[in-house]
Design a binder for this molecule. Structure first.
Ligand code: 6GU
Length: 261
């Protein structure tokens, strides 16, 4: 996969060269290219922002440097039948989820436009839609100073799904959100530590019992920390024993849907 990031702080993206994603770049699985938006300005001060029409606080990113930067990215992208995807990190976007990460991992390229200040002139998104599939995406309901940290999170979440990036692909199967539930707790040696013991079942060697215990822990955790993830689920996805646990946790089946009591 090819990933292009346009930012006024290209050094901000440096951590994407480390660890698993750094290795993925060495292995040719990921081609990461970071572009400095100021390289696409024409004035002596390399100006990227200006005051907002209509007044108000803060500054807005000027449109022309964005068009030039995105045209430079487009010129480097290989020809494809479908328009390439442009992600615009924004607290006003659709929420980034594991499902979206999985969808984006199928793309041949992703381009990220990191806004700062109050945002990018809206006409950039209108213009970009003539060349890209434009998707404003948010990490969640809070505000960051700019898109860079969000891009790091998204590129890491997508990059680790690319074949060959995570050494043991089984690691990708049993983790939080891959099946709509939170992950079960994990333990390592010693079995007794500062008065806290590893649950006996994990030392039993009974793999059937261990699998059942882990699944039950997933339900307990999800019900305690993220009850909305279970709400509305199709009970047919769960075994009889699992539905028993869910009932114990305060869920009931109403009209074929899981409902919290
Ligand atoms: Cl993607 N960008 C910014 N600036 N703030 C955010 C965000 C993104 N997601 C949550 N807050």
């Amino acid at each position: 996969m090819r990933v292009d990031v346009v930012s006024i702080f290209p050094e901000y993206l440096a951590p994407l060269r480390l660890s698993l994603l750094g290795r993925a770049q060495e292995d040719g699985i990921l081609q990461l290219s970071v572009h400095d938006l100021r390289d696409f300005t024409a004035d002596r001060h390399r100006t990227v922002d200006d005051t907002p029409y209509g007044g108000g606080a803060g500054m807005v990113m000027k449109p022309e440097p964005w068009a030039l930067a995105l045209e430079a990215v487009l010129a480097e992208l290989p020809e494809t039948n479908e328009a390439p995807t442009l992600i615009v990190p924004s607290p006003a976007g659709e929420v980034f989820t594991q499902a979206l990460a999985e969808e984006l991992a199928q793309e041949p390229s992703l381009t990220f436009a990191c806004g700062r200040y109050e945002g990018i002139d809206e006409r950039v998104l209108e213009w970009a839609a003539e060349h890209f599939r434009v998707r404003p995406v948010s990490l969640g309901d809070y505000v960051l100073n700019g898109g860079e940290v969000a891009v790091m999170a998204m590129v890491e979440a997508v990059g680790r799904l690319l074949p060959g990036v995570v050494g043991n692909p089984e690691s990708l199967v049993e983790e939080s959100h891959s099946d709509g539930l939170l992950e079960y707790p994990v333990y390592t040696k010693p079995s007794s530590w500062r008065g806290h013991d590893v649950p006996d079942v994990l030392l039993s060697g009974n793999h059937g019992l261990i699998a059942r215990w882990r699944r039950e822990q997933q339900f307990r955790r999800t019900a305690a920390r993220r009850p909305e993830l279970l709400e509305g689920a199709d009970p047919a996805e769960f075994t009889g024993r699992e539905r028993e646990v869910l009932r114990e946790l305060g869920y009931d089946v109403v009209d074929g849907r899981l409902v919290r009591q």
